[in-house]
Design a protein around this ligand. Structure first.
Ligand SMILES: [Zn+2]
Length: 78
């Protein structure tokens, strides 16, 4: 089972289709079970669609900000 941090770090590559199918399977397993990452992936997908040039890999700072944002949300389902 991947950690949420790993999912967030790989999310942009997942949406760009740059991951191996094994890695995609691992991410999808996590996303199926994790409400927070599901929401993150959905939002990232919308963001990438809206802003096509934002395909660069997220920096560590950006990942931390996103994780802080996710974790400060509703934790009732975890
Ligand atoms: Zn997660």
């Amino acid at each position: 089972m991947l950690s949420c941090r790993e999912v967030v770090q790989d999310a942009d590559q997942l949406l760009a289709g740059e991951l191996t199918w094994q890695r995609r399977m691992s991410l999808q397993m996590h996303v199926l079970m994790c409400h927070h990452c599901r929401r993150y992936i959905k939002q990232l997908r919308l963001l990438i669609r809206g802003i096509p040039f934002m395909h660069a890999k997220a920096s560590d700072d950006e990942v931390d900000q996103v994780m802080a944002h996710i974790c400060s949300g509703d934790n009732s389902e975890h």
